[in-house]
Design a protein around this ligand. Sequence first.
Ligand code: ADP
Ligand code: MG
Length: 250
Amino acid sequence: MISVSGLGMRFGNRQVLADINLDVADGEIVAIMGSSGGGKTTLLRCISGLIRPTSGMVQVDGIDVAKRPEEARKCMGLVFQSAALFDYMPVGQNVLFGIRRRLKAKPDEAKRIAEEALARVGLQGSEPLMPAELSGGMRKRVGIARAIALKPKVMLYDEPTTGLDPITTYNIDGLIATLRETLSVTSLIVSHDVTSVFRVADRIAFLHEGRLIFSGTAEEFRDSRETSIRELIEKSEAASLSSASSDRFA
Ligand SMILES: Nc1ncnc2c1ncn2[C@@H]1O[C@H](COP(=O)(O)OP(=O)(O)O)[C@@H](O)[C@H]1O
Ligand SMILES: [Mg+2]
């Protein structure tokens, strides 16, 4: 469903991504992990066609993203790091916006599609709420509803759980997994949350200094000898130990 081959991205004289090869099968959930500034968001933006890579190729559902960007973009739903809602529009309008523009749906039909998308993320009836009234997790859900309303084949999530508490994170992970089942979408998730990735991803790809240094299952990831991967896993284990002990002594 997604095929990235020999992708490179340079900003000025700075090579941010080099020789990235990544294939994601239909219905698969793949997580991209890596250190901050490692090029994860840039890779997602290249795949989505928001920016054009300086070398290599991206195909989504057999469509060359650089050659047929409009068509490729129609297959993809994007969930940005900040939910990127229009703060002056109620939830319903936020979801309707893309449906009217992209699906060219009539008002009644658009309204029904928006209702269905909001119901799928557990926010039925939230149309009149303003974004400022929502919790972080709810904002993420609205962002997801807005994307799935357009019936994408591929969902691209940039840090969907960053900044959320563990329970909200757990719920968003559950939602991502459910959407794979109910909508049979293929998902690519950028994340640095090891617990969350182990829970939801079929496969993990790890970016380090602009190169993909690992691709494999959670188990293979856990056993990896790569220093940068070990550091991330150890940091995550230390964090969960310290939260477990603070629970115990609370
Ligand atoms: N439009 C841009 N122009 C110049 N440099 C950029 C641009 N976008 C990203 N970068 C640089 O590319 C590197 C990778 O950024 P990013 O993809 O956002 O990393 P990550 O999402 O892994 O934290 C960073 O050093 C960032 O400053
Ligand atoms: Mg990023």
